[in-house]
Ligand binder design. Structure first.
Ligand code: NDP
Length: 312
């Protein structure tokens, strides 16, 4: 049987749970559909030191459990289901999941984004233990150490510049002989004495200590000759971009050329009235737990106002 809610929220990262907390407290009786990876990207990270409010280091999965408990505590309905199709052409909106169907007067999309990985087996083994996709999240653990960044876009260069404030040495390996990043960022990178750039270089392996669970070295290959070599590093950041989870909305909502949901400036309103987007699925730039939570709050407030104005 179809379940109806004033507001349906898709996705259970910081944006989704925060939207649920605000919508529940606004008496909108929200239903939150958690998706396949409950807790979003934070559920697969380890230490979190930059979410305000905690003087001690906390764990990503624990933080998400707290947000979930808080959403339940204020009355949000949580459903463990994966949405596979959406009908947002007319109201009420309809969401079709593996377990059931849902209808809603307003929808908040918080389906997030996934960091792209190279697909190396060791990348998975050492993820969170020397291998990361986010310098803003994990860079602090490499103070005065040597780190390797992989990639040549804005993300790689921004994250490399961020690491120059922390690490002793920042080596950027890029598979081609020129960067894709904005020229101004490139100039800053080239001018930084802590930075070394390895052109035409691919990361092909990671050497670590499986007992201590730490990274010792990167195995690099010259893209032209195929020759490989070992480079001692303490941490590796794979910064080759993100993929927003927007397949469900292609052709139904305005998306950016890189696939992110477009929202009206300063709001979470999408191109379809009554459909809102929050968190990494609409934020190509900041991608932090706290900014996702912030836009989740905005989406619930935007939905509340829209429901009131449109008397939907
Ligand atoms: P991009 O797609 O722009 O760049 C990805 C980089 O990773 C490219 O250099 C690419 O190499 C490299 N890469 C991709 N796959 C592989 C692979 N398998 N092996 C090795 N290297 C690989 O992604 P970004 O995340 O950097 O940026 C995404 C968008 O977000 C862009 O539009 C960017 O401008 C924007 N952005 C803007 C920021 C800002 O304005 N401050 C900050 C961050 C992002 P190659 O060049 O050879 O394709």
């Amino acid at each position: 049987m179809e379940q109806h809610a004033r507001v349906a929220i898709i996705g259970s990262g910081p944006a989704g749970y925060t939207a649920a907390i605000y919508a529940a407290r606004a008496m909108l009786n929200p239903i939150l559909i958690e998706g396949s990876q409950g807790g979003g990207q934070l559920s697969t990270t380890t230490d979190v030191e930059n979410f305000p409010g905690f003087a001690d280091v906390i764990q990503g999965p624990w933080l998400m459990e707290q947000m979930k408990a808080q959403a339940l505590h204020v009355g949000a309905r949580l459903v463990n289901d994966e949405i596979t199709a959406v009908e947002i052409g007319e109201r009420p909106f309809r969401l079709h999941g593996v377990q059931g169907a849902y209808s809603a007067d307003a929808v908040i999309i918080c389906t997030g984004a996934q960091a792209k990985w190279l697909g190396l087996p060791d990348e998975t083994e050492y993820r969170g233990f020397g291998v990361s996709s986010c310098a803003t999240c994990d860079g602090f653990f490499y103070r005065d150490q040597t780190v390797l960044m992989v990639g040549g876009g804005n993300t790689a260069v921004e994250e490399a510049l961020y690491m120059t404030n922390i690490a002793a040495k920042v080596i950027l390996a890029h598979r081609r002989d020129s960067l894709r990043a904005d020229k101004v960022l490139q100039a800053r990178l080239f001018a930084n004495p802590k930075v070394e750039i390895l052109w035409n270089t691919a990361l092909v392996g990671i050497e670590g200590d499986p007992v201590a669970k730490s990274v010792r070295a990167a195995r690099l290959a010259d893209v032209g000759t195929g020759e490989t070599r070992r480079l001692a590093v303490d941490g590796i950041f794979v910064t080759i971009g993100h993929t927003p989870a927007t397949n469900l909305f292609a052709g139904k909502l305005d998306l950016s050329p890189t696939g992110y949901i477009r929202t009206q400036a300063g709001t979470t309103r999408t191109s379809v009235p009554g459909v809102f987007a929050a968190g990494d699925v609409m934020d190509e730039r900041y991608r932090q737990a706290v900014t996702a939570a912030g836009t989740g709050c905005m989406a619930a407030l935007d939905a509340e106002q829209w429901l009131m104005e449109s008397a939907a």
